[in-house]
Design a protein around this ligand. Structure first.
Ligand SMILES: Cc1cc2nc3c(=O)[nH]c(=O)nc-3n(C[C@H](O)[C@H](O)[C@H](O)COP(=O)(O)O)c2cc1C
Length: 301
């Protein structure tokens, strides 16, 4: 059985990754899970400047999910390189840097600086964060900006370039095609869906930012549908995510056309879920006589 996944010119050992923003920089989970079993760690977003993120409260549990308005809180590229790279270098799995920015230039500078870090396997370009005032989702809902940003970054790196798409659009095939024509090696979808919770006693939104991004099992059918639509619209691989809690959920994404998947909110429930998902995928492949990830795609037109 071959679990490898080709993204651009490189191979991931298996399709199971952990989603950006839900797994820190890896060290937070090293005593809880065997990191060598992961196909990839997608780091917390790194931006040009350090960001404290949005005001509290910025996380709330909802039926079958959570809404966060963290706002890309991170140490910034300088401290990322000074403080995180030496640890990331020691990890036994692919490290994919999730990069966010407010302007095209932000993305350019961050990627240029990361190009000097050998341990970075590839980039996941976050054009889909719903929780920031500038950049973020504003890039990700405009196909022209997606294509231009991708073209610009494509010229700066040979490493796998993955564009992470937002579900907060009318038609994800349009943004997926824009990333493909800009030269992306893959797209990943979905980021969180805009959501809101109101405290009826106070008659005010619960989150300081009023709205946030919904993740967890509540969004899984949306993620599966968008993965299905995107993967049938482009030739490049699609990395699917949204609400994966167990192997069966991940298998839905693979059957929908995903080449790989990411586990996010589930790791807050049980950090072992990503490795259980990998075990379950292998068992399913054996039972169904599937020899490779591509074999999943032949069932649903
Ligand atoms: C607390 C939190 C922080 C997140 N931070 C990021 C981020 O920095 N960059 C990014 O691209 N996505 C971020 N995401 C989105 C996830 O990577 C993922 O796309 C989304 O949560 C859907 O997957 P899930 O339902 O399995 O969590 C974040 C999600 C959560 C819950």
């Amino acid at each position: 059985m071959n679990l490898e996944v080709k993204i651009g010119k490189k191979l991931l050992p298996n399709p199971v990754g952990v989603a950006s923003g839900t797994f820190g920089y890896g060290s937070e989970y090293e005593s809880l899970i065997d990191l060598s079993q992961l196909g990839a760690i997608y780091t917390k977003a790194v931006t040009l400047e350090p960001r404290a993120g949005n005001d509290l409260p910025r996380l709330i549990e909802t039926p079958s999910g959570i809404i966060n308005s963290i706002g890309l809180a991170n140490v910034g590229i300088k401290r990322f390189i000074e403080e995180k790279i030496s640890y990331l270098k020691t990890l036994p799995c692919a490290i994919i840097a999730n990069v966010a920015g407010s302007t095209e230039d932000d993305y350019k500078v961050v990627v240029d600086k990361l190009e000097n870090c050998n341990c970075i396997w590839g980039y996941e370009i976050n054009v889909s964060c719903p929780n920031v005032k500038c950049g973020g989702m504003a890039f990700g809902t405009d196909p022209v900006q997606i294509e231009r940003l991708t073209l610009m970054l494509r010229k700066r790196t040979d490493k796998p370039l993955i564009i992470k798409l937002t579900p907060n659009v009318t038609d994800i095939t349009v943004t997926a095609k824009a990333a493909e024509s800009g030269g992306a090696d893959a797209i990943s979808c979905i980021n969180t869906l805009v959501g809101m919770v109101i405290d009826t006693k106070k008659k005010k939104p619960v989150l300081a930012m009023k709205t946030g991004g919904l993740s967890g099992p509540a969004i899984r059918p949306v993620g599966v549908a968008m993965t299905y639509r995107a993967s049938h619209a482009v030739k490049i691989p699609v990395i699917g995510m949204g609400g994966i809690m167990c192997a069966d959920d991940a298998i839905q994404y693979l059957l929908a056309g995903a080449s790989a998947i990411e586990v996010g909110t589930a790791t807050f429930v049980d950090p072992k879920i990503p490795t259980q998902v990998l075990d379950g995928i292998q068992k399913y492949m054996k039972q169904e006589a599937l020899n490779s990830i591509a074999d999943f795609w032949k069932f649903i037109e």
